[in-house]
Design a protein. Structure first.
Length: 330
């Protein structure tokens, strides 16, 4: 197979910026949230992210109305918000206020939503169902879905560039750099290109891993790094721990996706089950078998936790999200 040459470390670990600190405004008493049960913590941040996204997405009565309605349709009212949760958890671990994480987390969710809108198009994965409802191109049309994805992508970068909570221009540039690499040809888009080129071809495990480090893992890694860098004076050792954690849990996320695609039904998944098998795509299940794929997910989970082994309760939210990723049913 002629594969695209991608660097597995395409998102470099950046050194903390040396700039004047700013006063970050705490919201909803983030320190007190350490005592919340994980289910409540998760629900609160999922709801918070929904409000942040709703606030920053253009209203559907603003011209061009159909495009703005499609953008909102593709983003709001569904999804696990795993990437936003990772941003919030990494932010808490690294000492960032929740208000500082809001926009970076929303930006990652917008990039993720754009990728789903485009992935469902007939020229990509050709799927009619997403998050339990018709895909954006089915609800509207293909041209509108294409433009909605384009607009969501640009909105993500716009939000970070004009965020009023992040006062440092250098901090914003750093975040834009991380998100750009994770989204482009050296990240998610590159992984999707490999995926399309690999359809119908038998892949070795190393080739499959190379693809998913970029297609799925890059944006998950970016989500955690953006959360960490939401604290202007973040501890470099904590950034390294978050980075190691995110690389392992990002790959675990994809392994679990492949397992669910093989085991769960369409109603549970909210998208078409067995899609990869029907399209003759290599997955961790087809390459390793179901039992070995589950063992790999377990090992990657353990690797993620090992990255946090030098830290105590301040890393518990990251640990809980890792557990959630492994045990989720959709």
């Amino acid at each position: 197979m002629n594969s695209v040459e991608l660097d597995p470390s395409a998102i470099p670990l950046l050194e903390p910026l040396v700039v004047d600190p700013v006063q970050l405004i705490p919201v909803d008493q983030p320190d007190a949230s350490q005592n919340e049960p994980f289910t409540i913590w998760t629900s609160n941040r999922q709801n918070r992210m929904e409000r942040v996204l709703d606030k920053h997405l253009p209203a559907k009565n603003i011209a061009p109305e159909k495009l703005h309605e499609a953008m909102r349709y593709g983003v709001l009212g569904g999804g696990k918000r795993v990437r936003a949760l990772l941003s919030y958890a990494a932010g808490e671990f690294c000492g960032a206020a929740m208000s500082a994480v809001d926009v970076p987390a929303a930006a990652v969710e917008l990039i993720h939503a754009y990728s789903l809108v485009h992935d469902d198009l007939p020229c990509m994965d050709d799927d009619d169902l997403r998050r339990g409802k018709p895909s954006t191109h089915i609800q509207f049309d293909e041209a509108t879905a294409l433009l909605a994805g384009d607009a969501l992508q640009s909105l993500a970068f716009l939000l970070i560039s004009q965020d009023s909570v992040l006062k440092s221009a250098g901090q914003k540039v750093q975040m834009l750099h991380i998100l750009s690499l994770a989204s482009g040809s050296r990240g998610m888009a590159g992984g999707q290109a490999i995926d399309l080129a690999s359809t119908g071809l038998p892949l070795a495990r190393e080739e499959l891993e190379h693809m998913h480090i970029h297609k799925t893992g890059a944006l998950i890694r970016a989500a955690t790094l953006l959360g960490a860098y939401s604290n202007l004076n973040v501890d470099p050792d904590k950034v390294k721990a978050v980075d190691h954690f995110s690389k392992s849990i990002g790959l675990a996320f994809q392994v679990v996706d492949d397992i669910l695609d093989a085991e769960a039904d369409t109603a549970t998944l909210g998208k078409t089950a067995n899609k990869d098998a029907d399209n003759n795509k290599s997955t961790y299940v087809t390459i390793l078998g179901l039992r070995a794929a589950k063992q790999l997910a377990k090992e990657l989970h353990e690797n993620a936790l090992a990255a946090l082994s030098f830290y105590g309760a301040e890393a518990d939210r990251l640990r809980e999200i890792a557990q959630y990723i492994i045990q989720r049913s959709y």
